[in-house]
Write a protein that binds this ligand. Structure first.
Ligand code: PEP
Ligand code: MG
Length: 580
């Protein structure tokens, strides 16, 4: 008998295949007091665990695939170096002798001590190194306790995940990035919201994903084969023949539909009544340009550069930034790219093992431009690289999570200083490179006019705008039911932004996920939006909808949506907008 489990479908499509469960298991460590006679044996046990840990890491290092966006061998080398460091090899032995305690506990005490030192460091990269310590210590403790090897991040990399469905409690954006382009069929997680970055990555990879499927690991651990229906958020265990036939048929239909979209790849993006619409693409890595080319994308409306910082030991330097931007520009062959400055913080941490933040409300905390303005060392190399890239092609610089004009003024001051430095050194850049702001914080949406002196263009980031306007954490599936792009407050904020930008003659686009959702395209056109930036997988579908839309009557219907009070009013209105 087949059983179905329901979660939140966040990336469309059907996957059928075997399960690979990833556990972020906590190791429970207790103190045990030992007699003096046992201490030599305990030290020997600890030293043997160190040898096993080294062997495990050497084995992983030889298996790491080269086809990843991150330098994984550097990661593993750091851990190997730590396993040779007195702080982890000798200090725990001293603790065993002094406290007459077990090796696991001695390691815990030493780990706590080292983490405290790292946490006291101002530099976010050095501070993030505490996770390396925790990771190495956990590896040794697991060996001491006789556990199996840990799943993420390193050992998941030595497993061949091709054609597997990944089931996990949660995957950070950094975890998901580690698993990109490894032939994974689908993701199912126990936690996470519809616009979490993990969901966004799954959509841009074009693989089905379900989040918020509580206890998924418990249900799916022993299962050989499951079906994941990402459109409906359904996972089916042990499907019978009829169910399998049905889903295989749907898979074939979806493939046929995708193939049929190829015929509009070269056509312009223009409504039936002749309005030209700008359709751009969102990317996370220069490697994504292959997918962009496949669908005929010619410009990038959002390049999320923070992925350049994840899963690595040191922040990228100026040359590395420049290299990434140059690769994107080269692939675009003259087309424009909007490079968004670093948006780290909240759920996007520099390290795959940072699953929590000490801040109580990280989404409201030190993230994005706030972090960059606080830490010039982090920000300046990127600004220099973006300016230098502007000499090589059409580049726009976009600032995330702006909440006040003063932030744009500070950014502009920094850019001016960097311009002066570059001019003094005869390094070329485009002095007219546009500098824009993302509309993600409602404070900006309601007073766009105050920002127009400092922003050459705007882009609406609905993922954050909805999160902040409706006060729902985008990564928390328990409040996902409140996530509603049709909420009149959201629609009014979008409309106000578009109208104000148009009035001030500033280009405005939308790069949040709402623009990639086929259900909202006509509604957004009706609200006056004329520029969309969407994930590569959605690109052709969105183009097809735009090309089949007649703008007549749209603004009247969308005007009614702006006043609709509840779903019983919004849903039929949206259906009417979307009916041909
Ligand atoms: C957004 O908030 O809509 C956006 C595009 O930025 P991100 O999803 O990277 O936060
Ligand atoms: Mg955002």
């Amino acid at each position: 008998m087949s059983i179905s489990l329901h979660g939140i479908g966040v990336s469309k499509g059907i996957a059928i295949g075997p399960v690979h469960v990833i556990d972020h298991v906590e190791v429970e460590i207790n103190e045990a007091t030992l007699s003096r006679q046992c201490l030599d044996d305990e030290i020997l046990r600890f030293q043997e665990a160190l040898i096993t840990a080294r062997e495990q890491l050497h084995r992983i290092r030889t298996h790491v695939t080269e086809n990843t966006h991150v330098d994984l061998t550097a990661f593993i080398d750091t851990h190997l170096m730590m396993l040779e460091d007195d702080l982890l090899t000798d200090a725990p032995i001293q603790i065993i002798l002094e406290r007459q305690c077990n090796a696991e506990w001695a390691l815990k005490l030493q780990c706590d001590h080292l983490v405290e030192i790292f946490e006291g460091m101002e530099d976010p990269y050095l501070s993030a190194r505490k996770h390396d310590v925790v990771h190495v210590v956990t590896r040794i403790q697991r060996i001491l306790k006789g556990y199996e090897e840990e799943a993420l991040p390193t050992s998941a990399l030595e497993t061949d995940l091709t054609d597997h469905i990944i089931v996990a409690d949660d995957l950070s954006p950094a975890d998901t990035a580690l698993m990109q382009h490894r032939g994974i069929l689908a993701f199912v997680t126990e936690f996470g919201g519809a616009t979490s970055h993990t969901a966004i990555l799954a959509r841009s990879l074009g693989i089905p994903a379900i989040v918020g499927l509580r206890k998924a690991r418990g249900f799916l651990r022993q299962i050989d084969m499951i079906i994941v229906d990402g459109s409906h958020g359904v996972t089916i265990i042990d499907p019978d023949d009829r169910t399998l036939r049905y889903y295989r048929q749907r898979q074939r239909e979806e493939r046929r539909y995708r193939a049929s979209l190829n015929k509009i790849k070269r056509s312009p993006t223009r409504t039936l009544d002749g309005t030209d619409i700008s359709l751009q693409v969102n990317i996370e890595f220069p490697e994504d340009m292959t997918a962009v080319k496949r669908v005929g994308g010619e410009s990038v409306g959002l390049y999320r550069t923070e992925f350049l910082y994840m899963n690595r030991r040191q922040a990228p330097d100026e040359e590395e930034h420049l290299d990434a931007y140059t690769r994107v520009l080269k692939a675009l062959q003259g087309g424009p790219v909007t490079i968004r400055t670093l948006d780290l913080g909240a759920d996007k941490q520099v390290d795959s093992r940072t699953h929590s933040s000490p801040a109580a409300n990280p989404a409201l905390g030190l993230r994005a431009i706030r972090l960059c303005l606080r830490d010039a060392q982090l920000f300046r190399p990127q600004i220099r690289a973006i300016l230098r890239a502007s000499a090589k092609g059409q580049v726009r610089l976009m600032v995330p999570m702006v909440s006040g004009p003063h932030e744009m003024i500070q950014v502009r001051n920094i850019i001016n200083e960097v311009r002066t430095e570059l001019t003094q050194k005869n390094i070329p850049f485009d002095p007219r490179m546009p500098i824009g702001a993302m509309i993600e914080v409602p404070a900006l949406a309601v007073c766009v006019d105050l920002f127009t002196p400092y922003a050459d263009f705007f882009s609406i980031g609905t993922n954050d705008l909805i999160q902040y306007a409706l006060a729902i954490d985008r990564v928390d599936d328990s409040v996902n039911y409140l996530y509603d792009p049709l909420h009149p407050a959201v629609l009014r904020l979008i409309k106000m932004s578009i109208d104000a930008a148009n009035k001030a003659d500033r280009p405005i686009s939308m790069c949040g996920e709402m623009a990639s959702d086929s259900r909202y395209v006509r509604l957004l056109l009706g609200l006056g939006l004329r520029a969309f930036s969407v994930n590569p997988e959605a690109f052709l579908e969105i183009k097809q909808i735009i090309n089949n839309t007649d703008m007549k009557g749209l603004s009247r219907l969308t005007g009614r949506l702006l006043k609709a009070k509840c779903n019983t009013e919004t849903v039929p209105l949206l259906e009417q907008i979307n009916s041909d």
